[in-house]
Design a protein around this ligand. Sequence first.
Ligand code: ADP
Ligand code: MG
Length: 265
Amino acid sequence: MTAPIPTKAITAARPLVVARNVHKSFGDNEVLKGIDLDVWPGETVVVLGPSGSGKSTFLRCINHLEAMDRGSIMVGGEQMGYQLRGRRLQKLSSRAIARQRQQIGMVFQQFNLYPHLTVLQNIIEAPIGIHGESRREAEAYALALLQRVGLTEKADAYPRQLSGGQQQRVAIARALAIKPKLMLFDEPTSALDPELVGEVLAAMRDLADQGLTMIVVTHEIGFAKEAADRVVFMDGGHIVEQGKPEDVLVNPAHPRTRAFLGRFI
Ligand code: ADP
Ligand code: MG
């Protein structure tokens, strides 16, 4: 079992995310073979690894978009998908799972903004529709979020009027609108033209600096170097190696990490 490695000055009493022995198969294909990971409040953890190593599946297990076969994932002290009834674990209703998921924001490779809604409407949709916030309250917060991602002047634009990088920054603001405790990013810049990658990474870097807890799957080694408190390298459904970026990225211990990083150097 991998020991948790806090790499920041951690003041919290316990990790925000505790994943233990997470297994997941699709048919005969065992994609996650026992993942253990702790993420502490305020940490930015970057997950690296070759295509098919199980990174997306693991992220999807964290917010229970994918049900794991074995193991457990706790987020904010709650086991995702289950509750303890006496000494027995009971599966939660889809409504209760939806409520658990609201503490987690997710940003995908594809931004999936609603094309018929303006930027502002995209952002306030969940806070009003799901959280029952007033329009005034939701709009004020949405504008503050747009300022955080540098897009205040685009509040009334439609997604098609924005560049890919701007759309992804709106998608980040939208994910933040539900005030999540944890943000998951699954290759947020992989669908972008190279010249638009930097602005999205800069917005994410700001969030990391402000102390948001984030798990980021990316191939952007530069981002990992600069923004990660910890780098986790996955291969073949295992966490092969993890540690501070200056250790894992500069002096990888495992041959598979070395081989993977060799492609980028
Ligand atoms: P990564 O994100 O590291 O590229 P994934 O988690 O997407 O890896 O995929 C790991 C493996 O799981 C791949 O072999 C992929 O084909 C398989 N897989 C992922 N999702 C599904 C699914 N819904 N049904 C069947 N196989 C899947
Ligand atoms: Mg993936």
